[in-house]
Design a protein around this ligand. Structure first.
Ligand code: DOR
Ligand code: ZN
Ligand code: ZN
Length: 292
């Protein structure tokens, strides 16, 4: 049996449900899942209940994390319609600013162009902005970031046309980075009937095999920077009810799936380390865990 040695993995996109829905996940259970899956550092999203958008909610979440987390962590702040100046002041305490530009789970949603422009103008240029932005919304986010001459990180890219646009933007020197999820790499819309409609509910939705092939190509040729699980736990009862929330858990399964891809020669081990360790550390400006 071959020995495989990997550095601690870094996941820049997970959902802890702490506060608000700790029966689904809290900083304890979520970081246990991370360690079980080979991750030693996770960056959590702000779409909790209440969402993390100001000093009070940030303090509460960081306190819970410091008491319960079992691995390294960071927290992304949520961009709201009225918190652009507050966000700027809180920037040193978080790992990024998350802009929800399309509808997904939770109350955070930035409608219209003005708030996106305000956040992209005020947030420090040397700190990451992450966007949930699909299709045309993604094009708008890249355009606004370009006009501000600032980097932007596109979450969970899932479609061919999005990769085409990101590739073209990077060729022109724009500061765009992106991530893909294991579920978009391993599942397509043809899996929906087998999984059932509630269990397969996720944002962005599962897409076609042609989209998936483009993701694998971009994973290998360097257009995709990171693999992020978008670990988003919900209860089985919720997933099976009439209004199922979107999201899959992923922290415990991602590495096994990706090592399978290495075995099948769909990916090299070196590339896996770049996608799941080196690049997230660089993009989110985290201290290297291997150089202490
Ligand atoms: O499927 C998803 N679930 N996509 C998101 O963007 C949010 C996440 C969640 O928080 O459940
Ligand atoms: Zn998202
Ligand atoms: Zn997410």
């Amino acid at each position: 049996m071959a020995l495989i040695q990997l550095p601690g993995l870094v996941d820049p996109h997970v959902h802890m449900r702490d506060p608000g829905a700790t029966h689904k996940e809290d900083w304890d259970s979520g970081t246990c899942a991370a360690l079980a899956g080979g991750y030693t550092c996770i960056l959590a999203m702000p779409n909790t209940l209440p969402p993390i958008t100001d000093a009070t909610t940030l303090d509460a979440s960081l306190t819970a994390a410091s008491q319960k987390a079992r691995c390294d962590y960071g927290l992304h702040l949520g961009a709201g319609t009225h918190n652009d100046t507050t966000a700027n002041r809180l920037a040193p305490r978080v790992t990024g600013l998350k802009l929800y530009l399309d509808q997904t789970f939770g109350p955070l949603r930035l409608d219209g162009l003005r708030s996106m422009q305000a956040h992209m103008t005020l947030w420090p240029k040397n700190r990451p902005i992450l966007c949930h932005a699909e299709g045309r919304t993604m094009a708008a986010a890249i355009m606004v970031a370009m006009l501000q001459d600032r980097p932007v990180h596109i979450c969970h890219v899932s479609r061919r046309e999005e990769i085409v646009l990101i590739r073209a933007a990077r060729e022109r020197g724009l500061l765009v980075t992106c991530e893909v999820t294991p579920h978009h790499l391993f599942l397509t819309d043809s899996d929906v009937s087998g999984l059932g409609s509630g269990r397969s509910e996720v944002r962005p939705r599962l897409n076609t095999a042609a989209d998936q092939a483009v993701l694998w190509q971009a994973l290998n040729d360097g257009v995709v920077d990171c693999i992020a699980t978008d670990h988003a736990p919900h209860t089985p009862a919720e997933k099976d009810n009439d209004d199922p929330p979107p999201g899959f858990p992923g922290l415990e399964t991602a590495l096994g799936l990706l090592l399978g891809a290495v075995r099948d020669r769909r990916l090299t081990q070196d590339r896996l380390v770049s996608l799941m360790h080196t690049n997230p550390l660089r993009i989110f400006r985290l201290a290297s865990q291997t150089e202490t």
